[in-house]
Design a protein around this ligand. Structure first.
Ligand code: IMP
Length: 430
Protein backbone atom coordinates (compact mmCIF):
# COMPACT_ATOMS: atom_id res chain seq x y z
CA UNK A 1 0.00 0.00 0.00
CA UNK A 2 2.01 2.91 -1.31
CA UNK A 3 0.62 5.66 0.95
CA UNK A 4 -0.42 4.49 4.40
CA UNK A 5 -1.47 6.72 7.28
CA UNK A 6 -1.18 5.41 10.83
CA UNK A 7 -3.50 6.99 13.39
CA UNK A 8 -4.12 6.58 17.11
CA UNK A 9 -7.79 5.60 17.52
CA UNK A 10 -8.04 6.44 21.25
CA UNK A 11 -6.31 8.99 23.54
CA UNK A 12 -2.77 8.30 22.36
CA UNK A 13 -0.34 5.72 23.75
CA UNK A 14 -2.00 2.96 21.71
CA UNK A 15 1.32 1.28 20.98
CA UNK A 16 1.80 3.10 17.68
CA UNK A 17 5.59 3.06 18.10
CA UNK A 18 5.81 -0.69 17.90
CA UNK A 19 3.53 -0.94 14.86
CA UNK A 20 5.34 1.92 13.10
CA UNK A 21 8.67 0.35 13.86
CA UNK A 22 7.44 -2.94 12.51
CA UNK A 23 5.87 -1.62 9.31
CA UNK A 24 8.21 1.22 8.43
CA UNK A 25 10.87 -1.11 7.03
CA UNK A 26 8.45 -1.76 4.13
CA UNK A 27 8.39 1.94 3.22
CA UNK A 28 10.79 4.36 1.55
CA UNK A 29 9.71 7.41 3.56
CA UNK A 30 8.28 7.71 7.09
CA UNK A 31 6.82 11.16 7.77
CA UNK A 32 5.63 12.79 10.99
CA UNK A 33 2.89 15.32 10.20
CA UNK A 34 1.79 16.92 13.50
CA UNK A 35 2.76 17.41 17.12
CA UNK A 36 6.26 17.70 18.48
CA UNK A 37 8.16 16.30 21.42
CA UNK A 38 4.93 15.84 23.38
CA UNK A 39 4.86 12.45 21.63
CA UNK A 40 6.95 9.58 22.82
CA UNK A 41 7.53 6.34 21.01
CA UNK A 42 9.31 3.46 22.64
CA UNK A 43 10.99 1.45 19.95
CA UNK A 44 12.58 -1.89 20.72
CA UNK A 45 15.35 -2.49 18.25
CA UNK A 46 17.26 -5.71 18.77
CA UNK A 47 18.32 -5.62 22.40
CA UNK A 48 18.04 -1.83 22.59
CA UNK A 49 15.08 0.19 23.86
CA UNK A 50 15.04 3.67 22.40
CA UNK A 51 12.68 6.50 23.25
CA UNK A 52 11.99 8.83 20.33
CA UNK A 53 10.01 12.05 20.63
CA UNK A 54 10.43 13.80 17.29
CA UNK A 55 12.38 11.72 14.82
CA UNK A 56 10.20 9.17 12.98
CA UNK A 57 10.77 5.58 14.00
CA UNK A 58 11.81 4.70 10.43
CA UNK A 59 15.24 6.21 11.13
CA UNK A 60 16.30 2.72 12.31
CA UNK A 61 16.29 1.42 8.74
CA UNK A 62 18.90 2.47 6.23
CA UNK A 63 16.39 2.13 3.39
CA UNK A 64 13.99 4.65 4.97
CA UNK A 65 14.11 8.43 4.67
CA UNK A 66 12.65 9.93 7.87
CA UNK A 67 10.72 13.17 7.34
CA UNK A 68 9.39 15.81 9.75
CA UNK A 69 6.55 17.63 8.00
CA UNK A 70 5.39 21.24 8.05
CA UNK A 71 2.58 20.36 10.48
CA UNK A 72 5.05 19.60 13.28
CA UNK A 73 6.42 21.97 15.90
CA UNK A 74 10.10 21.49 16.62
CA UNK A 75 12.15 22.24 19.70
CA UNK A 76 15.59 22.42 18.04
CA UNK A 77 17.46 21.60 21.22
CA UNK A 78 15.44 18.42 21.72
CA UNK A 79 15.79 17.46 18.06
CA UNK A 80 19.57 17.86 18.10
CA UNK A 81 19.74 15.90 21.36
CA UNK A 82 17.81 13.08 19.72
CA UNK A 83 20.07 13.13 16.66
CA UNK A 84 23.13 12.91 18.95
CA UNK A 85 21.65 10.02 20.93
CA UNK A 86 20.79 8.05 17.80
CA UNK A 87 24.21 8.68 16.23
CA UNK A 88 25.93 7.56 19.43
CA UNK A 89 23.93 4.32 19.18
CA UNK A 90 25.30 3.86 15.66
CA UNK A 91 22.04 4.89 13.94
CA UNK A 92 22.65 7.42 11.18
CA UNK A 93 20.38 10.46 10.91
CA UNK A 94 21.97 11.66 7.66
CA UNK A 95 18.85 10.96 5.63
CA UNK A 96 16.55 13.01 7.90
CA UNK A 97 14.54 15.74 6.12
CA UNK A 98 12.87 18.57 8.08
CA UNK A 99 10.30 20.81 6.40
CA UNK A 100 11.32 24.44 5.83
CA UNK A 101 7.81 25.35 7.04
CA UNK A 102 7.77 23.44 10.34
CA UNK A 103 7.34 25.83 13.26
CA UNK A 104 9.89 26.30 16.03
CA UNK A 105 9.19 25.88 19.71
CA UNK A 106 10.78 28.90 21.40
CA UNK A 107 11.90 29.14 25.05
CA UNK A 108 8.94 31.39 25.89
CA UNK A 109 6.54 28.72 24.55
CA UNK A 110 7.76 26.31 27.21
CA UNK A 111 7.46 28.98 29.91
CA UNK A 112 3.95 29.91 28.83
CA UNK A 113 2.81 26.27 28.68
CA UNK A 114 3.82 25.75 32.32
CA UNK A 115 2.53 29.15 33.47
CA UNK A 116 -0.86 28.73 31.86
CA UNK A 117 -1.27 25.27 33.37
CA UNK A 118 -0.42 26.64 36.82
CA UNK A 119 -2.94 29.45 36.32
CA UNK A 120 -5.68 26.95 35.41
CA UNK A 121 -5.05 25.12 38.69
CA UNK A 122 -7.66 22.42 39.20
CA UNK A 123 -8.88 23.00 35.62
CA UNK A 124 -5.47 22.30 34.07
CA UNK A 125 -5.34 20.32 30.83
CA UNK A 126 -2.41 18.24 32.03
CA UNK A 127 -0.20 19.14 29.07
CA UNK A 128 3.29 17.75 28.63
CA UNK A 129 4.58 21.31 29.25
CA UNK A 130 6.82 21.10 26.20
CA UNK A 131 5.48 24.35 24.72
CA UNK A 132 3.33 22.61 22.12
CA UNK A 133 0.09 24.60 22.62
CA UNK A 134 1.77 28.03 22.72
CA UNK A 135 3.78 27.21 19.56
CA UNK A 136 0.61 26.29 17.65
CA UNK A 137 -1.09 29.40 19.08
CA UNK A 138 1.64 31.56 17.54
CA UNK A 139 1.38 29.67 14.25
CA UNK A 140 -2.33 30.52 14.05
CA UNK A 141 -1.67 34.08 15.23
CA UNK A 142 1.01 34.44 12.50
CA UNK A 143 3.62 35.27 15.11
CA UNK A 144 5.51 31.99 14.81
CA UNK A 145 9.04 31.35 13.65
CA UNK A 146 9.66 28.62 11.11
CA UNK A 147 12.62 26.40 10.39
CA UNK A 148 13.53 28.49 7.33
CA UNK A 149 13.79 31.64 9.48
CA UNK A 150 16.88 30.16 11.12
CA UNK A 151 18.85 30.62 7.89
CA UNK A 152 18.48 34.39 7.54
CA UNK A 153 19.92 36.14 10.57
CA UNK A 154 18.20 39.48 10.02
CA UNK A 155 14.75 37.96 9.36
CA UNK A 156 15.20 35.75 12.42
CA UNK A 157 16.07 38.68 14.67
CA UNK A 158 13.23 40.80 13.25
CA UNK A 159 10.65 38.08 13.87
CA UNK A 160 11.92 37.35 17.37
CA UNK A 161 11.80 41.07 18.17
CA UNK A 162 8.18 41.26 16.93
CA UNK A 163 7.18 38.23 18.99
CA UNK A 164 8.94 39.45 22.13
CA UNK A 165 6.95 42.68 22.24
CA UNK A 166 3.93 40.56 23.10
CA UNK A 167 5.59 37.61 24.85
CA UNK A 168 7.67 39.67 27.28
CA UNK A 169 4.58 41.63 28.29
CA UNK A 170 2.66 38.44 28.99
CA UNK A 171 5.57 36.74 30.76
CA UNK A 172 6.20 39.72 33.00
CA UNK A 173 2.81 41.37 33.53
CA UNK A 174 0.53 38.34 33.53
CA UNK A 175 2.77 35.69 35.06
CA UNK A 176 5.58 37.64 36.78
CA UNK A 177 8.22 35.60 34.93
CA UNK A 178 11.62 36.68 33.53
CA UNK A 179 11.66 38.15 30.02
CA UNK A 180 13.90 37.42 27.01
CA UNK A 181 16.20 39.52 24.83
CA UNK A 182 16.56 39.15 21.08
CA UNK A 183 20.30 38.65 21.54
CA UNK A 184 19.91 35.78 23.99
CA UNK A 185 17.47 33.91 21.75
CA UNK A 186 19.42 34.65 18.56
CA UNK A 187 22.67 33.42 20.13
CA UNK A 188 21.07 30.13 21.13
CA UNK A 189 18.96 29.45 18.05
CA UNK A 190 21.38 30.61 15.37
CA UNK A 191 23.93 28.20 16.81
CA UNK A 192 21.37 25.41 16.26
CA UNK A 193 20.89 26.66 12.69
CA UNK A 194 24.42 25.64 11.70
CA UNK A 195 23.77 22.07 12.71
CA UNK A 196 20.23 21.84 11.37
CA UNK A 197 20.89 23.29 7.91
CA UNK A 198 21.83 20.02 6.16
CA UNK A 199 18.47 18.48 7.09
CA UNK A 200 16.09 21.25 6.06
CA UNK A 201 14.26 20.96 2.72
CA UNK A 202 10.85 21.20 1.02
CA UNK A 203 8.72 18.24 1.99
CA UNK A 204 5.63 18.46 -0.24
CA UNK A 205 7.50 18.07 -3.58
CA UNK A 206 9.74 15.45 -2.02
CA UNK A 207 6.83 13.19 -1.01
CA UNK A 208 4.72 13.85 -4.10
CA UNK A 209 7.64 13.04 -6.40
CA UNK A 210 8.30 9.93 -4.35
CA UNK A 211 4.69 8.75 -4.79
CA UNK A 212 4.88 9.55 -8.53
CA UNK A 213 7.91 7.26 -8.77
CA UNK A 214 5.96 4.47 -7.04
CA UNK A 215 7.83 4.79 -3.74
CA UNK A 216 6.00 3.96 -0.51
CA UNK A 217 5.27 6.66 2.06
CA UNK A 218 4.18 6.02 5.66
CA UNK A 219 2.53 8.87 7.56
CA UNK A 220 3.18 8.40 11.26
CA UNK A 221 0.54 10.01 13.47
CA UNK A 222 1.29 11.01 17.05
CA UNK A 223 -1.23 11.27 19.95
CA UNK A 224 -4.73 10.02 19.04
CA UNK A 225 -8.15 10.84 17.62
CA UNK A 226 -9.66 11.87 20.97
CA UNK A 227 -6.77 14.34 21.44
CA UNK A 228 -7.51 16.04 18.09
CA UNK A 229 -8.20 19.76 18.51
CA UNK A 230 -11.29 19.51 16.27
CA UNK A 231 -12.58 16.00 16.89
CA UNK A 232 -11.36 15.20 20.39
CA UNK A 233 -12.52 15.98 23.91
CA UNK A 234 -11.89 19.74 23.64
CA UNK A 235 -10.39 21.52 25.59
CA UNK A 236 -8.63 18.41 26.96
CA UNK A 237 -6.80 17.84 23.70
CA UNK A 238 -3.51 18.64 22.04
CA UNK A 239 -3.22 21.67 19.73
CA UNK A 240 -2.89 19.85 16.41
CA UNK A 241 -4.84 17.40 14.20
CA UNK A 242 -3.68 13.83 14.89
CA UNK A 243 -6.52 12.61 12.62
CA UNK A 244 -5.91 11.44 9.04
CA UNK A 245 -6.70 14.82 7.44
CA UNK A 246 -3.72 16.13 9.38
CA UNK A 247 -1.45 13.85 7.35
CA UNK A 248 -2.36 15.75 4.19
CA UNK A 249 -2.22 19.24 5.68
CA UNK A 250 0.92 18.47 7.66
CA UNK A 251 2.99 17.24 4.70
CA UNK A 252 1.43 18.77 1.59
CA UNK A 253 0.13 15.53 0.06
CA UNK A 254 -3.45 15.47 -1.29
CA UNK A 255 -6.14 13.18 0.18
CA UNK A 256 -6.72 11.25 -3.05
CA UNK A 257 -3.17 9.91 -2.83
CA UNK A 258 -3.78 8.04 0.44
CA UNK A 259 -4.38 4.30 -0.01
CA UNK A 260 -4.80 3.02 3.52
CA UNK A 261 -5.59 4.50 6.92
CA UNK A 262 -4.66 2.12 9.72
CA UNK A 263 -6.05 2.89 13.18
CA UNK A 264 -4.22 1.66 16.26
CA UNK A 265 -6.26 0.80 19.35
CA UNK A 266 -5.18 -0.88 22.55
CA UNK A 267 -7.22 -3.94 23.61
CA UNK A 268 -8.27 -1.74 26.55
CA UNK A 269 -7.76 2.01 26.84
CA UNK A 270 -5.66 4.57 28.69
CA UNK A 271 -5.44 8.32 28.90
CA UNK A 272 -2.85 10.72 30.35
CA UNK A 273 -3.76 14.23 31.37
CA UNK A 274 -7.19 15.49 32.38
CA UNK A 275 -10.55 15.20 30.66
CA UNK A 276 -13.60 12.96 30.35
CA UNK A 277 -13.11 9.21 30.19
CA UNK A 278 -16.34 7.17 30.44
CA UNK A 279 -14.76 3.72 30.93
CA UNK A 280 -12.13 4.82 33.45
CA UNK A 281 -11.43 2.21 36.17
CA UNK A 282 -10.48 3.04 39.75
CA UNK A 283 -10.50 -0.56 41.02
CA UNK A 284 -8.24 -3.62 41.01
CA UNK A 285 -8.94 -4.25 37.33
CA UNK A 286 -7.54 -0.81 36.52
CA UNK A 287 -4.50 -1.49 38.70
CA UNK A 288 -3.91 -4.75 36.86
CA UNK A 289 -4.03 -2.97 33.48
CA UNK A 290 -1.46 -0.40 34.67
CA UNK A 291 0.87 -2.95 36.26
CA UNK A 292 0.74 -5.62 33.57
CA UNK A 293 0.64 -3.10 30.72
CA UNK A 294 3.41 -0.89 32.23
CA UNK A 295 1.19 2.12 31.66
CA UNK A 296 3.48 5.06 32.33
CA UNK A 297 3.94 7.96 29.89
CA UNK A 298 7.02 7.83 27.62
CA UNK A 299 7.43 11.61 27.69
CA UNK A 300 6.46 12.60 31.23
CA UNK A 301 6.60 9.31 33.14
CA UNK A 302 3.07 9.96 34.47
CA UNK A 303 0.92 6.97 35.37
CA UNK A 304 -1.79 6.59 32.73
CA UNK A 305 -5.49 6.38 33.60
CA UNK A 306 -6.79 2.89 32.70
CA UNK A 307 -10.19 1.74 31.40
CA UNK A 308 -12.06 -0.92 29.46
CA UNK A 309 -12.15 -0.79 25.65
CA UNK A 310 -14.60 1.85 24.46
CA UNK A 311 -16.17 0.81 21.14
CA UNK A 312 -18.04 4.12 20.87
CA UNK A 313 -14.87 6.18 20.57
CA UNK A 314 -13.19 3.66 18.25
CA UNK A 315 -16.26 3.81 16.00
CA UNK A 316 -15.90 7.59 15.99
CA UNK A 317 -12.21 7.14 15.01
CA UNK A 318 -13.29 4.90 12.11
CA UNK A 319 -15.55 7.67 10.83
CA UNK A 320 -13.40 10.74 11.48
CA UNK A 321 -10.28 9.18 9.95
CA UNK A 322 -11.88 6.96 7.32
CA UNK A 323 -10.05 4.01 8.85
CA UNK A 324 -9.62 1.09 6.46
CA UNK A 325 -8.55 -1.33 9.19
CA UNK A 326 -7.43 -1.62 12.80
CA UNK A 327 -4.41 -2.92 14.66
CA UNK A 328 -5.25 -4.09 18.20
CA UNK A 329 -2.26 -3.87 20.52
CA UNK A 330 -1.43 -5.28 23.96
CA UNK A 331 -3.97 -8.11 23.76
CA UNK A 332 -1.65 -10.11 26.06
CA UNK A 333 -2.28 -7.60 28.89
CA UNK A 334 -5.87 -8.90 29.12
CA UNK A 335 -4.74 -12.50 29.76
CA UNK A 336 -5.75 -13.62 33.26
CA UNK A 337 -8.95 -11.59 33.59
CA UNK A 338 -11.99 -13.80 34.34
CA UNK A 339 -14.22 -11.42 32.45
CA UNK A 340 -13.51 -8.57 30.05
CA UNK A 341 -15.86 -5.65 29.53
CA UNK A 342 -16.43 -3.70 26.33
CA UNK A 343 -18.33 -0.41 26.33
CA UNK A 344 -20.88 -0.54 23.49
CA UNK A 345 -22.89 2.62 24.27
CA UNK A 346 -23.32 5.39 26.83
CA UNK A 347 -26.30 6.49 28.86
CA UNK A 348 -26.98 9.97 30.14
CA UNK A 349 -30.25 11.33 31.58
CA UNK A 350 -32.19 8.37 30.23
CA UNK A 351 -30.83 8.74 26.71
CA UNK A 352 -28.70 6.07 25.03
CA UNK A 353 -25.77 7.14 22.84
CA UNK A 354 -24.07 4.86 20.32
CA UNK A 355 -21.89 7.68 18.99
CA UNK A 356 -19.92 10.32 20.89
CA UNK A 357 -22.50 12.76 22.36
CA UNK A 358 -22.57 16.14 20.61
CA UNK A 359 -22.58 18.05 23.86
CA UNK A 360 -19.57 17.95 26.18
CA UNK A 361 -21.71 17.69 29.34
CA UNK A 362 -23.30 14.47 28.13
CA UNK A 363 -19.85 13.01 27.42
CA UNK A 364 -18.48 14.15 30.80
CA UNK A 365 -21.32 12.42 32.65
CA UNK A 366 -21.86 9.49 30.27
CA UNK A 367 -22.29 6.13 31.98
CA UNK A 368 -20.81 3.25 30.01
CA UNK A 369 -23.10 0.41 28.90
CA UNK A 370 -21.01 -2.76 28.98
CA UNK A 371 -21.13 -6.15 27.30
CA UNK A 372 -19.18 -8.73 29.30
CA UNK A 373 -17.11 -11.36 27.54
CA UNK A 374 -15.30 -14.36 29.04
CA UNK A 375 -11.56 -13.94 29.54
CA UNK A 376 -8.75 -16.44 28.88
CA UNK A 377 -6.17 -17.70 31.32
CA UNK A 378 -3.33 -18.78 29.06
CA UNK A 379 -0.20 -16.85 28.11
CA UNK A 380 -0.61 -15.68 24.50
CA UNK A 381 2.73 -13.89 24.08
CA UNK A 382 4.13 -16.75 22.01
CA UNK A 383 1.17 -16.98 19.60
CA UNK A 384 1.89 -15.95 16.00
CA UNK A 385 -1.26 -17.10 14.16
CA UNK A 386 -4.82 -15.98 14.83
CA UNK A 387 -6.08 -19.59 14.80
CA UNK A 388 -3.71 -20.41 17.68
CA UNK A 389 -5.20 -17.83 20.08
CA UNK A 390 -7.55 -19.18 22.78
CA UNK A 391 -11.20 -19.18 21.63
CA UNK A 392 -12.12 -16.37 24.06
CA UNK A 393 -9.35 -14.13 22.66
CA UNK A 394 -10.49 -14.80 19.09
CA UNK A 395 -14.08 -14.04 20.09
CA UNK A 396 -12.93 -10.79 21.69
CA UNK A 397 -11.14 -9.65 18.51
CA UNK A 398 -14.07 -10.73 16.33
CA UNK A 399 -16.40 -8.71 18.58
CA UNK A 400 -14.24 -5.56 18.30
CA UNK A 401 -14.23 -6.03 14.54
CA UNK A 402 -18.02 -6.30 14.47
CA UNK A 403 -18.44 -3.18 16.63
CA UNK A 404 -16.01 -1.07 14.60
CA UNK A 405 -17.15 -2.25 11.16
CA UNK A 406 -13.55 -2.60 9.89
CA UNK A 407 -11.21 -5.60 9.87
CA UNK A 408 -8.57 -6.12 12.54
CA UNK A 409 -5.53 -6.81 10.38
CA UNK A 410 -2.76 -6.77 13.01
CA UNK A 411 -2.76 -7.99 16.64
CA UNK A 412 0.11 -7.32 19.04
CA UNK A 413 0.67 -9.89 21.80
CA UNK A 414 3.84 -8.47 23.38
CA UNK A 415 6.28 -5.58 23.11
CA UNK A 416 8.78 -7.29 20.82
CA UNK A 417 8.44 -6.83 17.07
CA UNK A 418 8.15 -10.59 16.62
CA UNK A 419 5.18 -10.73 19.00
CA UNK A 420 2.71 -9.79 16.31
CA UNK A 421 -0.06 -11.59 14.46
CA UNK A 422 -0.64 -10.45 10.88
CA UNK A 423 -4.11 -11.42 9.71
CA UNK A 424 -4.61 -9.60 6.47
CA UNK A 425 -1.56 -7.55 5.81
CA UNK A 426 0.58 -8.02 2.78
CA UNK A 427 4.23 -7.30 3.60
CA UNK A 428 6.16 -5.64 0.81
CA UNK A 429 8.62 -7.80 -1.04
CA UNK A 430 11.70 -5.64 -1.57
P1 IMP B 1 0.12 18.92 24.95
O1 IMP B 1 0.09 18.18 23.66
O2 IMP B 1 1.44 18.86 25.67
O3 IMP B 1 -0.40 20.33 24.81
O4 IMP B 1 -0.92 18.19 25.97
C1 IMP B 1 -2.33 18.22 25.72
C2 IMP B 1 -2.97 16.89 26.11
O5 IMP B 1 -2.53 15.87 25.22
C3 IMP B 1 -2.60 16.39 27.51
O6 IMP B 1 -3.72 15.70 28.05
C4 IMP B 1 -1.47 15.42 27.26
O7 IMP B 1 -1.36 14.46 28.28
C5 IMP B 1 -1.94 14.79 25.96
N1 IMP B 1 -0.85 14.26 25.13
C6 IMP B 1 0.05 14.95 24.40
N2 IMP B 1 0.89 14.11 23.77
C7 IMP B 1 0.51 12.87 24.08
C8 IMP B 1 0.97 11.57 23.70
O8 IMP B 1 1.90 11.39 22.91
N3 IMP B 1 0.30 10.52 24.24
C9 IMP B 1 -0.77 10.68 25.07
N4 IMP B 1 -1.22 11.87 25.45
C10 IMP B 1 -0.60 12.96 24.95
Amino acid sequence: MAATVLIGAQWGDEGKGKITDLLSQDFDYVARFQGGNNAGHTVIHGDRTLKLHLIPSGVMYETVTPVIGNGCVIDPKVLLGEIDTLQSEGISCERLIISTNAHLIMPYHRDLDGASERRLGANEIGTTRRGIGPAYQDKAARLGLRMQDLFDRSIFREKVAAALIEKNDILQKVYGLPTYTVDAIADEYLAYAERLKPYVDEVSPLLNDALDRGDWVFFEGAQGTQLDIDHGTYPFVTSSNPTSGGACVGTGVGPARIDRVLGIAKAYITRVGAGPFPTELFDDDGRQLIDVGHEYGTTTGRERRPGWYDAVIVKSAVQVNGLTDLAITKLDVLSGFDEIKVCVAYEHLGKRYTSVPGHQSAFHHAQPVYETLPGWQTDITGVRRFEDLPGAARDYINYLEELSGVPVSIIAVGPDRAQTIFRDWERRQR
